[in-house]
Design a binder for this molecule. Structure first.
Ligand SMILES: *Cc1c(COP(=O)(O)O)cnc(C)c1O
Length: 428
């Protein structure tokens, strides 16, 4: 034990910060055991999907050009489909990110005159331009797909009455975002999503229910596709890529809807049949295999951060005790200096670029400066330890990821250390 503490000291963690961490950890033992159990279940789920589909050495191969008959790609998509218990899946490096995956699913399944409906309030920022909530070149709005949304009730629950009223004869697709993203509403459990989908289908049975599953994969033993979602969509540089996927997104669900999406991803007529994998099959398989464990590490980090910062007197969302539906942790630090110190700590703990100092900058698309900490193997990967803080009230940081729990732990301790060294907090 003494040796571990010395190791932390070499990395810059003082004895008092280390001891604070250990004390907080003692209270998290049963919580962590539950997470181990969920991850163990999910590990078996992925493994059995791989065995059932006879993943072989041949699957690790690559294709170029059109990418016809890419055996590895086809097998991987069956593995995803079996893990999510869906008829089909698209898992591709041609899908550049989560937003792109969601855009493909929407454009592929909506036609002029249709209405897209969000019963859970405003979707993730980048979706605003896809939908045309903010006028945007190429948006769904330009193709005469209309959009409506119903806000959550003040307590964060679904406004069933308003939802019933909003669904009309043009409502074609309902989008439900599982994770709160960077909003302050609660994230939804898979069970809640199931209830919402059942309600929507009781009003209009043929409506397509799509779930933005970003940051939610493997947090629970069930996924939205287990409770009625027709499509689940996410990014491979978040949970399901396991930190190894260098790019990519997935769309899993009912075959006809996945196919419709594929005609947008490539071209009408070509669909899923083309798309060279250029050597990424191995990382996709291996990353998916590791994803339950990697997600668990990130989840432990989020819960640890919530409990440490709660102990230090800061408001945290979710709080230290709440059940988790995703890997994001928000901490309201209250001042710009603290946001900067926090991010410097996360950066200083990174395996890559640990020596650089993050600074707030004018990020395109944001109306105030943002500071970001990321020392990642894959650019922008937020399953890796990362944090960002918009430089405006209430001066909150959003923290997520960590390819291993041990690394997430160091990152959080380092953030506390930087705050302490700068005289911005007191250890109670
Ligand atoms: C990250 C995220 C997205 C968008 O993913 P990108 O890969 O950043 O394009 C969409 N929805 C939610 C809830 C997310 O967390």
């Amino acid at each position: 034990m003494l040796q571990i503490k010395e190791m932390y000291q070499q990395l810059g963690i003082s004895s008092e910060v280390y001891c604070l961490g250990e004390e907080v950890l003692k209270s998290l033992k049963t919580r962590f055991e539950k997470m181990d159990e969920i991850a163990e279940y999910n590990q078996m789920k992925v493994l059995s999907a791989m065995q059932k589909n006879k993943v072989s050495a041949e699957c690790m191969g690559s294709s170029t050009g059109y990418g016809y008959n890419d055996f590895g790609r086809e097998t991987l998509e069956k593995v995803y489909a079996d893990t999510f218990h869906t008829e089909a899946a698209l898992v591709r490096p041609q899908i550049t990110c989560g937003t792109h995956a969601l855009a493909i699913a929407l454009f592929g399944n909506l036609r002029p005159g249709d209405e897209l409906f969000s019963p859970v309030g405003k979707p993730y920022d980048t979706l605003e331009e896809v939908i045309g909530i903010r006028p945007s070149n190429g948006s769904l709005a330009e193709y005469e797909v209309t959009y409506s949304q119903v806000e959550l009730l003040p307590d964060g629950s679904f406004d069933y009455k308003a939802i019933r009223k909003a669904i009309n004869e043009r409502t074609k697709l309902v989008t439900i975002q599982r994770s709160k993203g960077y909003l302050t509403r609660p994230s939804f459990s898979v069970q809640q999503i199931g209830e919402l989908i059942a309600f929507v289908k009781s009003i209009k049975s043929d409506v397509i229910c799509m779930v933005d599953n970003c940051y939610g994969e493997f947090v629970d033993t069930v996924e939205p596709s287990d409770v009625g979602a027709d499509l689940v969509v996410g990014s491979l540089i978040k949970n399901p890529g396991g930190g190894l996927a260098p790019i990519g997104g997935y769309i899993a669900g009912k075959r006809k809807y996945v196919e419709s999406a594929s005609y947008r991803m490539t071209s009408p007529g070509l669909g899923m049949e083309v798309g060279a994998t250029l050597g990424v099959n191995r990382s996709f398989f291996q990353g998916f295999f590791l994803a339950p464990m990697v997600t668990k590490g990130a989840l432990k980090g989020a819960v640890f951060a919530a409990n440490i910062y709660e102990r230090l007197g800061f408001p945290v969302i979710p709080n230290g005790k709440e059940p988790r539906q995703d890997i994001i942790q928000a901490v309201t630090l209250g001042t710009p200096e603290r946001v900067i110190a926090f991010c410097k700590g996360i950066q200083a703990a990174a395996p890559v670029d640990s020596y650089v100092d993050p600074e707030p900058w004018d990020m395109p698309g944001y109306d105030s400066q943002v500071i970001m900490a990321a020392g990642a193997f894959v650019q922008g990967s937020s399953i890796e330890l990362s944090a960002d803080g918009p430089m405006h009230e209430p001066y909150a940081v959003y923290f997520q990821g960590g390819l291993t729990w041990e690394h997430a732990k160091l990152g959080i301790l380092m953030s506390v250390q930087k705050l302490l060294d700068a005289g911005l907090i007191e250890l109670l």
